[in-house]
Design a protein around this ligand. Structure first.
Ligand SMILES: O=C(O)c1ccc[n+]([C@@H]2O[C@H](COP(=O)([O-])O)[C@@H](O)[C@H]2O)c1
Ligand SMILES: Cc1cc2nc[nH]c2cc1C
Length: 336
């Protein structure tokens, strides 16, 4: 983040041929993009989304509306181009990278899949630690590796996506732990679990939180509650931060990974843009904690990185604002 360019871009914004602040929140987005790229006229090219996938032992508690095998089946769908993320990414000039950090079952070799399974799903977070600290570190490193690949292949804008049946339970536990919130504020319907499922979700999260001890570091907390893909997502953002890229958050599980990255490296927040506001109730609280305003509010609750990728054309458009003519350049009269 280049503070000098930040101020220059702010000054330029005030001289562009439009009434002050008439492009609303997009003006602040444009200025921040300029500061991140170190140029007053920022430009965003191709985007990339790393979709991290893993399974969750907590599904044994009956916390999801869908069976566990959907995680594996959806990864195959990603590789064949049949999922929402594939089609939305095509519309957004965004490459899709799929990362297996913990899917149950052996996936086929595929050029679009990075196979870095740490373990076949987490242990049940309602009954004991989801994974060891060493496994948490490996999942985070796998996310870093996937991001490195995306960056080496030309990404100028980086998002993470998630796929994991049961992961809104893990995300709720991680969000509650990192933000010190009560479970009932962050547990929501996920894929559409009913009232009884919601109660089991809340209880599972409560049991996981009861195992946490003061003084645990963020990685220890994440190992306790999971999930593997949430750690990978933190890794994606940490790598993207180190490469200086603008980083786009998605919905509730991805933002839980973003919160973890922020706890590990507070400066990462300066690179974050909130792609959208998810229907999952805890998402608003996570974005508020990060001080981020969502670019879109479309009642999405899908994950996969869909809300982040949908915001990419808007981020590209925001960058173009600083390429407008100033009043002086265009010979347009200023107002009083
Ligand atoms: O992104 C979101 O905010 C979001 C909200 C609800 C569900 N999801 C997706 O649905 C799956 C988790 O839902 P669940 O009910 O199985 O915990 C997982 O694959 C997520 O990508 C995602
Ligand atoms: C079909 C399906 C697709 C998904 N994509 C992300 N989470 C998902 C959950 C389900 C159930």
């Amino acid at each position: 983040m280049d503070r000098e360019v930040l101020h220059q871009a702010q000054a330029r914004m005030e001289n562009l041929t439009k009434p002050p602040r008439s492009l609303g929140y997009l003006e602040a987005v444009a200025v921040r993009l300029a500061a991140l790229q170190g140029r007053v006229k920022p430009e965003l090219g191709r985007g990339a989304v790393v979709v991290a996938a893993a399974d969750h032992g907590v599904v044994a508690e009956g916390v999801s509306a869908y069976p566990q095998e959907v995680t594996y089946q959806m990864v195959l769908n990603f590789l064949r181009g049949g999922a929402a993320i594939n089609q939305l990414a095509l519309a957004a000039d965004c490459a899709v990278y799929v990362l297996d950090v913990g899917v149950m079952g052996e996936l086929p070799d595929h050029p679009g899949l990075l196979k870095r399974k740490v373990r076949p799903g987490t242990a049940n977070l309602a009954r004991g630690p989801a994974m060891t600290r060493e496994e948490a570190e490996r999942a985070l490193l796998a996310g870093r590796e996937a991001a490195r690949q995306a960056i080496a292949q030309g990404a100028t804008l980086l998002a993470a996506g998630d796929m994991g049946i049961g992961n809104t339970t893990a995300a709720a536990a991680l969000t509650a732990a990192l933000l010190d919130l009560p479970p009932e504020r962050v547990v929501g319907p996920g894929t559409g679990v009913g009232e009884a499922g919601l109660k089991r979700k809340r209880e599972g999260v409560e049991r996981a939180l009861a195992r946490l001890r003061p003084g645990m570091d963020p990685l220890e907390v994440a190992a306790e509650v999971g999930g593997l893909e949430l750690l990978a997502i933190a890794g994606v953002y940490l790598e993207g931060y180190e490469a200086g890229l603008p980083l786009v958050l998605d919905g509730f599980p991805v933002t839980a990974g973003g919160l973890l990255a922020w706890r590990l490296k507070p400066e990462v927040r300066e690179h974050f843009f909130a792609g959208h506001l998810s229907r999952e109730p805890g998402h608003r609280l996570a974005l508020e904690a990060l001080g981020l305003r969502p670019l879109l509010d479309l009642d999405l609750a899908l994950g996969e990185g869909t809300g982040a990728v949908l915001a990419m054309p808007l981020l590209r458009a925001a960058a173009r604002i600083l390429h407008m003519a100033t009043f002086e350049e265009a010979g347009v009269s200023r107002g009083g």
